[in-house]
Design a protein around this ligand. Structure first.
Ligand code: 5AD
Ligand code: SF4
Length: 469
């Protein structure tokens, strides 16, 4: 069961010493980096580490790629259009490289782990000099050193089970941080490329997660989101611990006000987790619970390992234990073999649950996955029509969901503000992820305020601040 490879302190130190050595050589050159991130929170989190290592090497971040001496694209390959977009983006960098031959262009992230992709890209784009996968980020110093000495470097695959602790990071959100708890995935949902590109599931040790959350909270961060492809299977590869215990164990860290987590897999969200959400003071009342389909036949073909009825049962139990809980979800339409009736079952599930929001996708075949080889692929125009129909229903459900909130009072973490003509509207979220807009002062951004919902319109809720007497 133990399939983790913990990268040794010695290896990490070797990379960091190399970074410091590069820093002494490069610092005076005032070099700048630009990192663009595609895809999910996992990639956003990886980019923070990538940026942290680049800072250690002596680069500083810049906002425009035109000013940069090093450009990295951190890629996603969950759906096909991402790949097409990337090709266009990389092609467009050639002019910058021509104008500045010293420019380092690198491509990293999930897509680089796809079969043959790294070699294909290196061949197609002579202006790219570095390609690496998500599990070798800790080796960036070594890769940069080789690139600086004129090599073109590909580094993928080998560290597929790796966990590297204590890497530098550059986080720019002062109130909120992502913390990895597991890497990789063992579920092999038949449509999904993630298990192929991010390797087997492995959990970080509780002590390391605890220390990271503690350090973040002592620096003023109050909202932590625990990240994993399937957070509920945390610790399955360890000798002790569970996701429920992790939630309880982190809850009382000084300074922590909100503990979020994503994504949950319905097959692993057990009663202990429900109890942990209900019994802790800081675990948020929101679960992102991807359902993918409302049809048992499709769920089976997707290898999701739960039924529609079991999914609805979890929702029911969570609502009974935590009355103001809200759910968001992911849904795929047009999976191979999805008949009109099966699609209707997805619509009826969406109608029944009343999600606060749904991320909806047309099925996109990914080479190497089981579903890509299935017969009965659905024509694009049908997928598109089903997606529209689903989105229309969800839009209606979002309005209904918002309407429940008129008169609702609760604490909001302010995330930002919109400057309207003569009024400043702040926005932020309740613990259960519902977003509200309300008049306020930009200085209140990143603080917690009490907000009462007064009205709702199509997509949003409008409120006012109030003081608790
Ligand atoms: N096609 C369409 N959507 C997909 N997702 C994952 N793989 C595919 C695919 N091949 C969606 C799932 C998942 C979300 C992150 O992306 O809904 O939960
Ligand atoms: Fe992909 Fe399924 Fe793993 Fe999520 S749980 S990353 S959808 S294989």
């Amino acid at each position: 069961m133990q399939n983790r490879v913990l990268i040794s302190e010695k290896q990490i130190n070797r990379q960091m010493n190399l970074a410091d050595q590069l820093n002494r050589e490069l610092k005076s050159r005032n070099l700048k980096f630009y990192v663009e991130t595609f895809g999910c929170q996992m990639n956003v989190r990886d980019s923070e580490t990538i940026k942290g290592i680049l800072v250690r090497i002596g680069y500083t971040e810049c906002a425009e790629k035109e000013e940069a001496d090093l450009i990295f694209y951190n890629t996603c390959c969950v759906r096909e259009h991402a790949e097409k977009r990337l090709m266009g983006n990389i092609g467009a960098l050639k002019d910058l490289k021509d104008a500045n031959p010293g420019l380092i262009i690198g491509i990293c992230g999930c897509m680089m782990q796809q079969d043959g992709m790294a070699k294909k890209l290196l061949k197609r784009f002579p202006h790219v000099s570095l390609i690496f996968g998500p599990n070798v980020v800790f080796r960036i110093p070594e890769m940069i050193e080789r690139v600086l000495s004129g090599e073109r470097v590909i580094m993928t695959d080998e560290e597929n089970f790796a966990i590297a602790e204590n890497l530098p990071q550059l986080r720019d959100n002062p109130r909120s941080a992502f913390v990895n708890i597991t890497f990789g995935c063992n579920n092999f949902c038949t449509y999904c490329i993630v298990p192929f590109v991010r390797g087997r599931e492995r959990s970080r040790d509780f002590e390391n997660i605890y220390k990271e959350v503690e350090t973040l909270c002592s620096s003023g961060i109050t909202e932590i989101t625990l990240l994993g492809q399937n957070v509920n299977s945390y610790a399955n590869d360890l000798n002790s611990g569970s996701f429920a215990e992790l939630l309880v164990g982190l809850n009382d860290i000084p300074g922590l006000k909100r503990l979020r987590f994503m994504s949950s897999h319905p097959k692993d969200l057990n009663d202990d987790v429900i109890k942990a959400i209900a019994s802790t003071s800081h675990v948020c009342h929101h679960v992102h619970l991807p359902v993918q389909s409302g049809s048992n036949e499709i769920l089976k073909r997707m290898n999701r390992k739960y039924s529609r009825e079991e999914y609805l049962d979890i929702i029911r139990k969570l609502r009974a234990a935590v009355p103001d809980i809200e759910f968001t979800t992911d849904i795929i339409v047009g999976f191979p073999g999805e008949t009109e009736e099966m699609f209707q079952e997805t619509l009826s599930l969406v109608d029944e649950v009343g999600f606060a929001a749904a991320f909806t996708f047309a099925y996109s075949p990914r080479a190497g996955t089981a579903a890509a080889k299935m017969k009965d692929q659905i024509p694009e125009y049908i997928k598109k029509r089903r997606l529209q129909e689903l989105n229309q229903l969800q839009a209606k459900k979002t309005v209904e969901n918002n309407q429940k909130y008129i008169g609702y009072e609760g604490e909001v973490l302010v995330e930002g503000f919109d400057q309207r003509t003569n009024e400043t509207l702040l926005y932020g979220k309740y613990s259960n992820f519902k977003m509200v807009y309300f008049p306020g002062n930009p200085e209140q951004v990143n603080t917690y305020v009490n907000v009462r919902v007064l009205a709702t319109n199509k997509n949003s809720m409008i409120g006012e601040q109030f003081q608790i007497k």
